[in-house]
Design a protein around this ligand. Structure first.
Ligand SMILES: [Zn+2]
Length: 211
């Protein structure tokens, strides 16, 4: 708990990397994700980051509007020429070609956040991410091995960048396997600013994944 002016704000808990059926390899329906957020005891924020598509986040944000105590952050996981980059805070795809520079610049221009997804796994950018002005590194990915996540954590520390968590769920059972504790208010801008400022910490749900 912390205070902001004279208002006390509780930290919020968020999963920043989720695929819906608008990703060819996911079976999670937007409605199911919304229902899971509504039902969850403390994770009330989720970013929808489909592969190269913003259709899923648009659909999920629309459904979530009926529930004031949950927040869906629109986003996309862009297959850049050097590896996957998650952009949070967009309803639009970046203009092509999807080079890392262009995608990172796009995120900055729209007031979004660029995150290097699972840097040390397949489709990850690895050490090449050093070359780009990304906002954060995904240090805890629900689909990565512990070694790959540990390496990402060291990498973020080395670069002095915030580290984020994302379940990378493609199935309902994978939702919220890892999550972020964020010192922010329940609105998109506040959450994005908190990530950029490093007011975020990656956490694993006990029992679902080992760290
Ligand atoms: Zn993903």
């Amino acid at each position: 708990m912390r205070t902001h002016g004279d208002v006390t704000i509780e930290p919020l808990y968020a999963d920043f990397h989720i695929h819906t059926v608008y990703s060819a390899d996911s079976v999670i329906q937007p409605k199911t994700l919304v229902d899971k957020l509504v039902a969850h005891s403390f994770i009330k924020v989720a970013a929808v980051t489909d592969h190269d598509s913003v259709r899923g986040c648009k659909a999920t944000v629309e459904l979530a509007a009926a529930y004031p105590d949950i927040l869906v952050i629109p986003g996309v996981e862009v297959s850049t020429t050097e590896g996957d980059v998650v952009v949070l805070g967009t309803y639009e795809l970046p203009p092509k070609p999807w080079t890392p520079e262009a995608v990172v610049d796009f995120a900055r221009l729209i007031g979004g956040v660029s995150i290097v997804a699972h840097p040390f796994r397949t489709y990850g950018m690895g050490e090449r991410a050093r070359k780009y002005k990304v906002d954060a590194i995904e240090v805890l990915n629900g689909g990565s091995s512990q070694d790959a996540n540990d390496e990402a954590k060291d990498f973020a520390k080395n670069l002095g960048l915030p580290g984020t968590a994302g379940s990378d769920a493609h199935q309902v059972s994978e939702l919220f396997s890892v999550y972020n504790k964020v010192d922010a208010a329940m609105d998109i801008d506040s959450v994005l600013k908190a990530v950029k400022n490093g007011a975020v910490s990656a956490q694993a749900s006990r029992g679902s994944i080992h760290f």
